[in-house]
Design a protein around this ligand. Sequence first.
Ligand SMILES: Nc1nc2c(ncn2[C@@H]2O[C@H](COP(=O)(O)OP(=O)(O)OP(=O)(O)O)[C@@H](O)[C@H]2O)c(=O)[nH]1
Ligand SMILES: [Mg+2]
Length: 368
Amino acid sequence: MGTVPFFIEMKIGIIGLPLSGKSTVFNALTGLNAEVKEFSSGGKTKPNLGAVKIPDEKLQKLADIFKPKKITPATIDFVDMVGISKDAKAEEIDLTPIKDTDALVCVIRFFKNDKVPHPYGDIDGVRDLRVINTELILLDLNVVETRIERIQKELQRGKKENQKELDMLKKCQEHLSKEKPLRELKFDSEQNAMLRGFQLLSKKPMLALANIDEGHIKTGEPDRFAHTAEGLGISHIAFCGKVEAEIARLDDEELKSSFMQDLGITETARGKFIKANSSLLDLITFYTVKGEESKAWLIERGSTTYVAAGKIHSDIQRGFIKAELVNFKELTACDFDMNKVKSEGKLKLEGKDYIVEDGDIIYFRFSV
Ligand SMILES: Nc1nc2c(ncn2[C@@H]2O[C@H](COP(=O)(O)OP(=O)(O)OP(=O)(O)O)[C@@H](O)[C@H]2O)c(=O)[nH]1
Ligand SMILES: [Mg+2]
């Protein structure tokens, strides 16, 4: 029986055309068993939800030293959406489940399967990636224009306080009208705060996932696809969803590795994804070890101790006093001996503005 997390650390939305293999990929990443069908279920089904624990050798080592009752790896939550097709209408598809995601994974079909129809009749991943990219832009344009109209009406009635927002939305509108995604634009922190509520999809970092055919595992995705993704500013990875979903279901590690070896797969879909996602979002890991739980946390590189505190609990952030910390490298150099860490002066006491480093083990002093 697992405990229910009280908040979501990181949420990734799986999107793509109908029948591109989204649920299959969801199964490959989570090891779960969401239903996959040879016909599209359309907008009527609920999205699938699942989480992946990130394997972490450092966390394991920390648990060996601090012997907590509970070891909690960082997790990534996935939401597997229904298909988005060309000319999708914002009011026809419920985008709510992906609105609060940190990033999107766009599954692009490259597998051949005569039993599974493609919405456009043939397999063309380059076209499909462009279609989805454009759809996200059009959905955003709709949101932005609706808001612009509203602010303009308010202006006519003499309400002027949203002028800044209007200027920014016009900048978005201009960019989106050229069929360009918002992820290309730079916004300052005030603008980002204003935009957050709209949860614009083309602003989210995106990873294109070529769902390649069983016969193409060794060759990977076509170059043409990689080039297109790069041209659109989209990171890309490739694996065969169907085969990877089978691998993810295998419990027997030996069987798993021999199966993978036979197929020429050097890294699981999950492993590939975790790496790609960390580099896409520029994530680092910090650890907390005091008390009964040793836990790994994901955070954006460049974040301060203050932001890190807020990841754990708003009380810890609000009542922040100091952060006591040592990096995993220093701990290793001190033979994993905390007394040695202290006697050698490696335990640092930092304020709110310290930039957290990958592998920092932090104890937050706070008072509320
Ligand atoms: N041969 C092959 N078939 C696949 C692969 N990935 C998915 N399929 C098949 O394609 C069909 C659709 O897969 P799903 O994962 O349900 O696709 P989906 O994108 O979730 O579909 P909707 O949610 O209805 O839009 C199923 O019959 C899958 O078995 C693959 O890599 N190879
Ligand atoms: Mg599905």
